[in-house]
Design a protein around this ligand. Structure first.
Ligand code: ZN
Length: 287
């Protein structure tokens, strides 16, 4: 049993192309289990490949289509690399291909469907059309989660009203443990509605940053949430926690986030570590 859990990371992205093995090994050596999360076809397949390369270790995959990749989006070299194929991909976007993702979803090391959801922060072009594309892809992934009996790994930015509306209409087809809202940035009221539907919440490096306008008041939010609905993540290579802020993030840094969550919640780091591991094990159905 691992001692910490990075429930949402991307140690399989281009940012780690030269050292993903060492990066993952550093995490495992420190007792950190992890889920590498795909964002489109290539990164989803890669997440499954890496999970299987670490066959007997607590390295898992989530597979899905991120809402920003349903449309033309700005190119992120950390994610897809700098090649022409990657650039061509981001200039056209992707439609959710159910059969392609189903094959990946059925892999025994795949523990969740996503990251999927809605992102209205990054919308460019025809707003109504782009929102429609995101919703269609999300509904396709809710169906897939239902069909394979695995939880959702949800990304949501500036779209909590629509997200809650869609989930309310659909969450009953999901398991009683329907999934995770990753990198939660909603309000306490949003959290309440999502808790009632059975969702849990992951927090990353931003909880270690000083409070900032436009971001949630994590001190209040984390205190409000029940301990059995809180998970830790890094979202590496992005948003490294203090004291690594500004550097490339990596899964082993999740330990800093767990310490901060414990401090906010007023419990020991050991208790928070234990809770976040137990919550991940229950949601992802892993040992
Ligand atoms: Zn992510």
């Amino acid at each position: 049993m691992n001692q910490f859990f990075d429930a949402h990371t991307h140690a399989h992205f281009s940012a780690f192309k030269d050292d993903y093995r060492d990066t993952i090994r550093r995490a495992l050596d420190a007792g950190v289990g992890l889920v590498n999360v795909g964002t489109q076809k290539d990164t989803s397949r890669r997440a499954v490949e890496v999970a299987n390369e670490f066959e007997s270790d607590p390295v898992y995959a989530a597979i899905g289509l991120h809402p920003v990749h349903t449309a033309k989006s700005h190119h992120d070299e950390n994610e897809l690399g700098g090649g022409d194929a990657a650039k061509a991909f981001t200039s056209r976007g992707e439609e959710f291909d159910y059969e392609y993702y189903k094959e990946l979803a059925l892999d025994q090391k795949t523990v969740a469907i996503g990251e999927c959801g809605l992102d209205y922060y990054h919308i460019e072009g025809d707003e109504a059309e782009m929102k429609h594309r995101q919703k269609e892809a999300f509904l396709g992934q809710i169906k897939l989660a239902h069909d394979v009996g695995k939880p959702l790994m949800i990304h949501c930015r500036d779209a909590f009203n629509d997200l809650i509306h869609i989930l309310n209409a659909n969450y009953k087809i999901l398991n009683t443990i329907p999934g995770i809202i990753h990198f939660f940035t909603g309000t306490e009221d949003d959290a309440k509605k999502l808790l009632e539907m059975g969702f849990s919440f992951t927090f990353g490096g931003t909880v270690t940053y000083p409070p900032k306008a436009g971001m949630p008041d994590y001190a209040t939010l984390v205190k409000y949430l029940p301990l059995d609905r809180i998970l830790s993540e890094t979202d590496a290579p992005y948003v490294a926690p203090v004291p690594y802020r500004g550097h490339r993030n990596e899964p082993v840094y999740v330990i800093e986030t767990v310490k901060k969550l414990a401090e906010i919640k007023g419990i020991s780091a050991g208790e928070m570590a234990e809770a976040t591991v137990a919550n991940a094990a229950r949601i992802f159905r892993i040992q």
